[in-house]
Design a protein around this ligand. Sequence first.
Ligand code: GLA
Length: 705
Amino acid sequence: MPATRPTAFFDPGSGLAVLSTPHSCYAVRIGTDGSPRHHYWGTPLDLAELSGLPPAVSPADSSFEADAAADELAPQTGARFGPAGLQVRFADGTRGAQWRFTGHTVDGGELRLHLSDRHYPLAADLCYRVRAGSDVIERWTELTHTGGPADGPITVDRLDSASWTAPRLADYRLSHLVGGWNSEFQLQRDRLPIAETVLTSRRGITSHHANPWLAVDDGTATEEHGEVWSTALAWSGSWRITVHRDPVGRTTWTGGFGHEGLHWTLRPGEALTTPVFAGLYTPHGFGAASRAWHDHIRGHVLPQPRRDRPVVYNSWEATHFDIDLAGQFRLAELAARLGTELFVLDDGWFGARSSDRAGLGDWSPRREAFPDGLRPLADHVHRLGMDFGVWVEPEMVNADSDLFRAHPEWVLHAPTREATELRNQLVLNFAHPEVEAWAQLTLDRLVRENGVDWLKWDANRAFTDVGWAGHPDPDRLWIDHTRAVHRIMDRLRDDHPSLRIEACAGGGGRVDLGMLARTDQAWTSDNTDPVDRIGIQHGYSQLFPAQTMAAWVTDCPNAATGRTTPLRFRFHVAMAGALGLGGDLARWSSEELREAADLVARYKAIRPLVQHGHQHRLTGQDGVSAVHYAADDDTAHALLVWRPTTRFGHRPAALRLPALDPDARYLDVDSGRTHSGTTLRHCGIDLPLPAGDYASCLIRLARLD
Ligand code: GLA
């Protein structure tokens, strides 16, 4: 039943709830015990075909239970022995929910299954949404205490957004993203063990170490071929996803906000709503899965997807804390001459912030650096034809700051524990309404009074010693802090419609669908070494589109790795995302400045393809890798090709371009040669790579008709 428009419906006859997207279908069956059970997720099927499918039971489940298909959200009762998606405790100590299905509602592409506990005053909605033109199924849960004061509170130990089930496959492989500071988004692709595999962040931010995205396949999928089921959680705080492969052929995973050991109290009348956990099925390999995610993020997540991301200059690596007005003026002038469109003043402009030991929290300009405030710099940047951006880290405070001296009670702390400082800073409790109000006002004033067009919103450390003295339900802050961050960003955007926000957390420590719903791009990593970046960007692109991937060209030797690479190679790697410059331009030779200006212009020429086209990741021979960006209508193509190291006797082999139309002819815009699509798909294109290490090239193709 290929659906041109996504649909959601419930069929009372079969008891099936069905979500149809253009190229996939998802079905849920109400189990004999009233619990929604997974029925099907894959290629489109019609209702008759879906009704004819046997229940998706696993032989590993209890053979005594009548209905042992995987739960849509396992409620911790009955013969269920896998990870629970919902864990609750009632006032009398009883655990788990025993559901009765009470009905459904459908509203356009949104379907809700209503459940209530058979004995206790607890209700849940399992929510599903499909959107126009997208194969992504969005899921979340709403839990409500429906009782009165006499029922007492209900303790929620776990509330996942959704549980997902892959069909029975010959084998299972898990793809996910791991890493650390300076090495985010490393793609890990391994056979899934017969075990419970936990992917999690306990850090209060999404984390550098794991990202809440994963993909499951049978071990044979490639970039171009094979069925892939993947999911991504739209949450920017702590999270947990538990993947469970049982011994006889079933893999499920359940995920949501919060890590283990937290609990929240639900009082009579209160509700708890989870973030969205989105899922995508594609039969055409990892590349198609990524492109479908990119389309979904552009179509339904990003606030302003059609707006070009500007070429940024950021002065952090050039000046660090050594900032003064004259130096920033000079950098802004040089940057403008190179064609940059946005100048961002990074850390060090405020309070007593002459190092990372002081000043965080005091968001007024540092007098020694900016005696007349930020306006003179903002005006100068605007006169140069660029937008003006400012770095902030609103959730953090140095102990050596006026803010901390005035409000020591605003930081996350347990009164009986020593506060752990990381990068000499503490975390403010944004769950506290006073702190949220302060942050909103401070940022609003900063933007309003200084003509700020862009905020780079950083968060350089993880949560520790998390306490909220005197609060009856202190674990709430793990959720409410993140919600406050989201809310402040949303309000800033509402109040300043042309304001753009860049997500940053010590590099790429907080990039997720929740963040991208209110930011324009993300700082991918503090590691700007182009060789390392190829791997980081490869991982990033599994889920996130290139227009959100901030990538700077910086100085050599690289600050993170000490490696020296040609300017052109650094550019060609950074041009695969939202290009920026981050070097000390005052030290660049006139030859380097000329080359940089030329490469910025070349980037602008391919920007529509990089930022709004379709991305194909390519792997060549002998260490060659590339990304190919194709226009929607196939008229134009750009390829960025990299070969970090060379080997004697290994001329780079031609690179095959499987995304091209075999029936078309293409002009290589720079060489003037023409090729048939079939030749380029099957024999490849010759790579004009220079000799030596760190070789790279940009190839542009135009379709001839
Ligand atoms: C983090 C960011 C950097 C820079 C510094 C400033 O590390 O990722 O880009 O802004 O903070 O302190």
